[in-house]
Design a protein around this ligand. Structure first.
Ligand SMILES: Nc1ncnc2c1ncn2[C@@H]1O[C@H](COP(=O)(O)OP(=O)(O)OP(=O)(O)O)[C@@H](O)[C@H]1O
Ligand SMILES: CC(C)(CO)[C@@H](O)C(=O)[O-]
Ligand code: BAL
Length: 286
């Protein structure tokens, strides 16, 4: 596995891998890698001849400086995991390579980015859109893979790729979960043992609400029960729990596929997000 730190070394390394037309799938990450990231690498391998990953904790997408300061960093272990997963190249830029002195251009998102994470993390999606566009333009892969755990981010990135005509196929990968249902996330490492135990209330609340909505029960009441279950389970701040159109991310007042249930809530000062699909049960009538 080639480890690239300098932007100048990236182009020849990618050219060497791609030769005369091999495909290359990119897996952008912020490091502190877990099995969710490694599933993206495996999926990338299934779609392309070669796989590249990036590790970059992007300051532009952190609205909260404390969140940036304590974001887990595990570089050595990350490199070993990527190599074992069959990654061919990893690029680890420094902030000043991506944002050199005088950097003045960034992407301003609206629409799909407005609500949910966009509302609770002001500027976050402009930062994600800007860095992802820069990573795609620097590496120029044929494919790029992102996790459904960050459902709204995936929608934002599809929009950026299409609006800017970058020419990369964007793929989504289902959320990889711990045995108890908690969505894997680098921020899970920040949870105390007690809070780690309580964290499964998030996926449980989503599943219970999805079951109610699928069965045709009133949406508002199902969401209220889910919020109450999160608070009872130890979550202090519930930023949102919402039923949305899976593509536009607009809230839904009545159930209509494709839809997604999204939630963000904090436990012991650690903010977790999760989402699941909701499928209407077939109402069989004779
Ligand atoms: N459990 C998961 N299943 C599938 N994909 C995931 C999972 N967790 C993260 N990803 C994806 O991995 C990519 C890199 O994510 P990132 O490095 O931010 O990790 P993370 O675990 O989402 O960290 P955090 O949520 O704490 O920022 C993103 O496309 C993200 O959606
Ligand atoms: C897509 C991404 C790598 C951009 O920094 C980040 O938001 C993430 O890890 O999900
Ligand atoms: N995985 C999403 C990146 C972030 O929380 O900033």
């Amino acid at each position: 596995m080639q480890i690239i730190r300098e932007l100048t070394a990236l182009k020849p390394a990618v050219a060497g891998l791609r030769g005369s037309g091999d495909t290359l799938a990119l897996v952008p990450t912020m490091g502190a890698l877990h099995d969710g990231h490694l599933a993206l690498v495996a999926e990338a391998r299934a779609h392309a001849d070669h796989v590249a990953a990036t590790i970059f904790v992007n300051p532009l997408q952190f609205n909260d400086p404390k969140d940036l300061a304590r974001y887990p960093r595990t570089e050595e272990a990350d490199l070993a995991k990527l190599e074992a997963a069959g990654c061919d190249l990893v690029w680890m830029p420094t902030p000043d390579q991506l944002y050199p002195p005088g950097f003045a251009t960034s992407i301003s998102m609206r629409g799909v980015s407005d609500r949910w994470e966009g509302e609770h993390r002001p500027g976050h999606f402009d930062g994600v859109a800007t860095v992802v566009a820069k990573l795609l333009l620097a590496v120029r892969p044929t494919h790029a893979i992102f996790g459904e755990k960050d459902w709204q981010q995936l929608a934002v990135i599809r929009r950026v790729e299409s609006d800017l005509g970058i020419g990369v196929t964007i793929l989504g990968h289902p959320t990889v979960r711990e045995a108890d249902g908690l969505a894997m996330s680098s921020r899970n490492a920040l949870l105390s043992a007690d809070h780690r135990g309580q964290a499964l209330a998030l996926s449980r609340a989503l599943n219970e609400a999805a079951t109610e909505i699928a069965a045709g029960r009133p949406i508002a009441a199902a969401l209220e029960r889910a919020t109450a279950a999160l608070r009872a389970g130890g979550f202090s701040g519930v930023d949102y729990i919402a039923l949305v159109d899976a593509d536009s991310l607009e809230p839904l007042e009545s159930a209509r596929e494709p839809m997604r249930l999204l939630a963000a809530a904090s436990l012991g000062g650690v903010r977790l997000i999760d989402n699941i699909p909701v499928t209407l049960e077939q109402q069989v009538g004779w």
